[in-house]
Design a protein around this ligand. Structure first.
Ligand code: SF4
Length: 226
């Protein structure tokens, strides 16, 4: 199922979310469903990133997905749309998944941090990398997603996602092409964030970055299918 903004959630889920997060005080119990998780995100005050964001952006994809992709955080377009990977990096991800033969509709896609961290420059909202404290605070939600889905394989796309998934700095280039057992079950794989393709200065660099992501996604997809 796809998580939704508060206007679309049931009253019961909204009440449950408010019980989980009330004035920054957190209960012990994680959400029991993806709907409750989506509602809880919208009232989360575990760090300050909610203050400047439009809304929290949870994951999207089937609850039975064997493969989970984790990005860094929602971008400008994701923040407005309330859905992950719908902007320029999302289009790169879609292209990479098609080339890897991995259908996005069978994969759960989320982020390590659920609110958009940014700087205001005039009317423009410029991406700002989440800090380790924000990644740590938001890992509560990532872990909740993992508990609900129990994916066989999790792909951390980029350094921030890797910090969220592996709980320690994990260089991407040195750890690609391998699967690591994860605490709590499943295996972890790393690849570059799709925005790496967009940032590469030359066409050759873009093609090389895309090919690396495609290879890693193909590896993860086949691992999850095995
Ligand atoms: S970024 Fe994560 S931890 Fe911080 S307020 Fe948003 S949902 Fe909560």
């Amino acid at each position: 199922m796809t998580m939704r903004a508060p206007s679309n959630i049931s009253t019961r889920a909204a009440r449950a979310a408010e019980r989980i997060s009330r004035d920054g005080a957190w209960g012990e119990d994680p959400p029991a469903t993806l709907e409750a998780l989506g509602a809880g995100l919208q009232v989360c005050r575990r760090c300050d990133l909610w203050r400047a964001a439009t809304q929290a952006v949870g994951g999207a994809g089937p609850s039975g997905a064997a493969l989970m992709l984790v990005g860094e955080q929602p971008g400008d377009q994701e923040d407005l749309a309330g859905a992950p990977f719908v902007g320029p990096a999302g289009r790169v991800l879609d292209r990479a998944l098609r080339k890897a033969g991995a259908p996005r509709e069978e994969i759960y896609v989320t982020n390590a941090v659920k609110h958009f961290k940014h700087d205001l420059r005039g009317k423009r909202r410029l991406h700002k990398t989440p800090g380790a404290g924000e990644v740590s605070a938001c890992r509560w939600w990532l872990d909740a997603e993992r508990r609900l889905l129990r994916p066989k394989v999790i792909v951390a796309m980029g350094a921030t996602a890797a910090l969220g998934v592996f709980r320690r700095p994990t260089p991407i280039g040195a750890n690609r092409g391998r699967a690591f057992p994860l605490d709590g079950g499943g295996q972890g794989v790393v690849t570059f964030h799709p925005s790496f393709v967009l940032r590469a200065p030359e066409e050759a660099g873009k093609a090389e970055a895309l090919a690396a992501i495609v290879a890693d996604l193909k590896f993860a997809w086949e691992l999850a299918a095995g």
